[in-house]
Design a binder for this molecule. Sequence first.
Ligand SMILES: [Zn+2]
Length: 365
Amino acid sequence: MKLAQLTNYLESLAPLAYQEDYDNSGLIVGRPDQEVNQALISLDCTEAVVDEAIATGCDVIISHHPIVFKGIKNFNSKTYVERVVEKAIRNNIALYAIHTNLDNVMTGVNARICETLGLVNFRVLAPKQGMLKKLVTYVPTAQADQVRNALFHAGAGHIGDYSECSFNAQGTGTFKAGEGSDPYVGEPGIRHHEDEVRIETVYPANLESKILMALVLAHPYEEVAYDLFNLTNQHQQVGSGMIGDLEIAVTEEEFLREVKQNMHAEVIRHTAFTGKQVRKVAVCGGSGGFLLKHAIAAGADIFVTADYKYHEFFDAEGKILIADIGHFESEQFTQQLLYELIQNKFVNFAIRLTKVNTNPVKYFI
Ligand SMILES: [Zn+2]
């Protein structure tokens, strides 16, 4: 299939607009219209992974971490980043990254960690702001349903577990059609009064062009009147980290033993036990230190994450147990997650999980 079919699908699950500012998710090397026959999935895109793609005939590598984060000024094989990009281009292998946009969705990296730890009722720990907008439009009463349906179909009207949300108020619109117009109702040059419904509905900002196109197509007027508003509401389904519950509370020691086993962690660095039972668990794959305040505020008993520095452990202040299980360990099941997501959609497309352990951290035990 065309590479764009694969990447469009992945971006329908984890839109690029959901990635963090510093990130570089998306198509890094390759052309959207190139044919792809087999994908290789990895957490990191290292030289060994590119070599594996060449050896196994894969023409696209889908990794969680982008190989390129910042601008590169030279391509002369000095760094592993340059060498990976050069080798991929020479061998016609596309490189695609699905990073913080996959962290920030309900079916992404953190949901997989929650499932692996046996959590229930999990939700986003730090929902994002600035992701939602509101559309207000004015439609003749007879066409209100058709326009509402088109807007909902294009992705408007979702609030939490509810869909097709809108507010509707009846009123009267006026207009005078000008020269050269072809009004749906009324006569050019004469002010017309029309019974209209004011429809208000919320939508994710990244779907704006799709929603406006649906509005214009479904609306009977030549000129469609609408207003767009930025909202400061949080998007409850998009954001960093997750928090969930254990069905049965356990001691901190018991829970850490389970985390170690389920997350295949060789070692866990943690703060002093607080002596509380563990019931509420916050998680963040990769470097999650910035979420500690959210975890404490949400009443988490433990925060399972990675990349903690010495001084940051002090911030636990006896209120929470911080458990650093390692960056690779926290995100390793992302490979399996991507494999399943692609396989469910493209049943006949060949996918391969990397056999390279890309973890740059080794443990001397
Ligand atoms: Zn990571």
